[in-house]
Each structure stands twice: as structure tokens, then as C-alpha cells.
Design a binder for this molecule. Structure first.
Ligand code: NDP
Ligand code: OXD
Length: 312
């Protein structure tokens, strides 16, 4: 079998680390950082994060595009994406584990009123808030796929009253499952803490909007670890001003890094984290990518192939 040639393109992932990790796992792989691609026709596969428009289309013999992340919106944003080329996303159990830790931490912070105590400390205010038990705290997860499903299970294990919303019906132990647009109002009506773990698609863009917040219990909190464009930013600011929402934790933004003059940086009811909920780690993610490259070589299908028409 001829060795595979893989082109690597990302400004936020380390080509050297990826090249070294994959060399150990796929010994005959030819790994080419994008700047060094001299013969575009020799490239069999591309491993990328946010490839610039038209770059993938410029590789005429491409047989696989592999995302460097779980999400693929950064690839499908390319209007010249060669639609005949299979797109595979990264599903790494370690990333899923990291996401469950991040979301559990943020849910517990909101549940236990930690942001309020930080504001009180700033104001030297001694005031106790009596939280409901976890069993009486209703958490809603938008998106119960690889990550949302694991997050839901971890919150159930912590004793929370958990619901999930997905496109197709689910049956997950301990989780109240809602599916489809018609079920969204009932799901939102019970979500005191709402976690967004949806992929960004035309159907989900702007879902965290005034209409969504208005259907949630007054004083609810949101945690957005999906994508920045799920959130209508001005609607969030208005909902925090009016008290309809009490707190927001935001890990993802339409423009990253978040611009220095953005009002979220200094808002005392918004926690900003720099897109770190589940970072891609070459040490473990390379095992997943290597297996998907072997599947390409063997002509086998990929379990995490993206349905390009639905965008995830
Ligand atoms: P999956 O594809 O496994 O899960 C997506 C879930 O969203 C599924 O349950 C799916 O429903 C649901 N969904 C999609 N479209 C709709 C819709 N229109 N209406 C209702 N439900 C919908 O993705 P992952 O769990 O692996 O990842 C989710 C997202 O998390 C990524 O796309 C990415 O944006 C984000 N992410 C963020 C990270 C961070 O560090 N902040 C790290 C990694 C991922 P169904 O099951 O019925 O198909
Ligand atoms: C991802 C991300 O999609 O890090 O993996 O956001």
C-alpha cells in the first residue's frame, strides 16, 4: 500500500507535536505542514482547524478531511468545501472527560451561588444564600451527543435534576429527554441552568436569544460551551440587565480572541474563559486521528463521519 500524505493546517495547534505523535503511530505517513505543500496533487488527507476558504478545494486528490476539533463549523464555513470529500470530526474520550469536568465545575458554581459570593466579597458583604439541594436544581443540556450525553450523565451522578434536548429522541437513564423544535419550550421552561453543547449549524445559530431566555425560569443561568454564534450577545446583555438571567459563563465567542474592548470582559455577571472547556490534546487525539487514517488506507468507513447536509 502506498504511504499516505497528510497536510496539516492550523494556527492554534502545534504542527511539530502532531507530526511527532503521528509519526510514532503511522510510521510510513508523510506529514506536511501546509506551508511546505509543494505538490497539492500528492495530498491524500488534510488535518485542519479553520482552513482558509478554498485551501481544501486546491488539493485535487484529497480523500479525507479530518477536523482538529469535535466541531466542524470551522471547516464547513468554507463555501468552497469539496462536498465529495468525507469530513471526519474528532471524538476523543479525553476531551469528552475534560468537557464533563468543565461543565460540572461551572454548574456547581452557579448552583452554589459562587459568583454572588465573589461580588459580595468585593463589597465586604456578609450574606448567606440557602441553595436548593441538587435534586431540586433543574439543569438543561442543549445537545445530548458525545459531549452533552456525558455531561448529562456526570450531572445526574452529582444528583442534579437533568434534562436534555436533541434533534432525534433519546433514552438516557436519569435524564428527562426532549427532542425536536416542538419540545423546546417545555425543555426551556424547566431549565434553571442551561448548558449549550450544540454544534453550530444553520438550525442552531442564534438559539440563545431573547425568545429562549424569556421561556426560562426568571433568574436562570446559562453556560455556553458550544459556539459563540449560538448566542445573540445583545439579548444576553438585556436579559442580565432585566434580571431574567442572573449569570452567564461563556467559553466561546464569534471572534476569538475576544476583542479587548468587548463589554463581556468587565461585566460582573459574565464569566469569560478563553475557549478551554475541552482542548484538543495531540497526545490522545493523535490516537484517534491515526485510527481514522488507517481506516482511509484500508477503505473502511469512519464512525465519526459528518453528515455535511446537516452540518454536524
Ligand atoms: P455531537 O454531534 O456528538 O452532538 C450534537 C448534539 O446536538 C446531538 O445530540 C444532536 O442531536 C444535537 N443537535 C444538533 N442539531 C440540533 C438541532 N437542530 N436541534 C436539536 N438538537 C440538535 O457533538 P459533540 O457533543 O461532540 O460536540 C458538540 C459541540 O460542542 C461541538 O460541535 C462544538 O461546537 C462544541 N465543543 C466545544 C468545545 C469547547 O472547548 N468549548 C470543545 C469541543 C466541542 P441528535 O443526537 O439528535 O443528532
Ligand atoms: C472543538 C473545540 O470543536 O475545541 O473541539 O471547540
Amino acid at each position: 500500500m502506498a504511504p499516505l500524505t497528510l497536510a496539516f493546517r492550523s494556527t492554534s495547534d502545534h504542527a511539530e507535536k502532531w507530526g511527532a505523535a503521528l509519526a510514532k503511530l503511522v510510521p510510513d505517513l508523510v506529514f506536511v505542514p501546509w506551508q511546505d505543500v509543494s505538490d497539492p496533487a500528492a495530498i491524500d488527507a488534510a488535518l485542519c482547524w479553520r482552513p482558509p476558504e478554498g485551501w481544501l478545494a486546491s488539493l485535487p486528490n484529497l480523500r479525507l478531511v479530518h477536523s482538529l476539533g469535535a466541531g466542524v463549523d470551522h471547516v464547513l464555513a468554507d463555501r468552497r468545501y469539496p462536498a465529495h470529500v468525507p469530513l471526519v470530526r474528532l471524538v476523543d474520550p479525553l476531551m469528552t472527560r475534560a468537557m464533563t469536568e468543565f461543565v460540572a465545575f461551572q454548574v456547581l458554581r452557579l448552583h452554589l451561588k459562587e459568583p454572588a459570593y465573589r461580588r459580595q466579597q468585593r463589597d465586604r458583604l456578609w450574606q448567606q444564600h440557602f441553595p436548593p439541594s441538587a435534586a431540586d436544581r433543574r439543569v438543561g443540556i442543549l445537545g445530548v451527543g458525545e459531549m452533552g450525553g456525558a455531561v448529562a450523565a456526570s450531572l445526574v451522578a452529582l444528583g442534579f435534576d437533568v434534562a436534555g434536548w436533541s434533534r432525534t429522541p433519546k433514552d438516557q437513564p436519569g435524564v428527562a429527554c426532549f427532542a425536536g423544535d416542538a419540545a423546546l419550550p417545555d425543555f426551556l421552561a424547566r431549565s434553571e441552568i442551561l448548558v449549550c453543547l450544540l454544534p453550530l449549524t444553520p438550525a442552531t445559530e442564534g438559539i440563545l436569544s431573547a425568545a429562549c431566555f424569556a421561556q426560562m425560569p426568571r433568574g436562570a443561568g446559562i453556560i455556553n460551551v458550544g459556539r459563540g454564534r449560538h448566542l445573540v450577545e445583545r439579548d444576553l446583555l438585556a436579559a442580565l440587565d432585566s434580571g431574567q438571567l442572573s449569570e452567564a459563563v461563556l467559553d466561546v465567542f464569534p471572534t476569538e480572541p475576544l476583542p479587548e474592548d468587548h463589554p463581556f470582559w468587565t461585566h460582573d455577571r459574565i464569566v469569560v474563559t478563553p475557549h478551554v472547556a475541552a482542548l484538543t490534546n495531540p497526545a490522545t487525539a493523535s490516537l484517534v486521528v491515526a485510527e481514522n487514517l488507517r481506516r482511509l488506507a484500508r477503505g473502511e468507513p469512519w464512525p465519526d463521519r459528518v453528515d455535511i447536509a446537516s452540518g454536524y
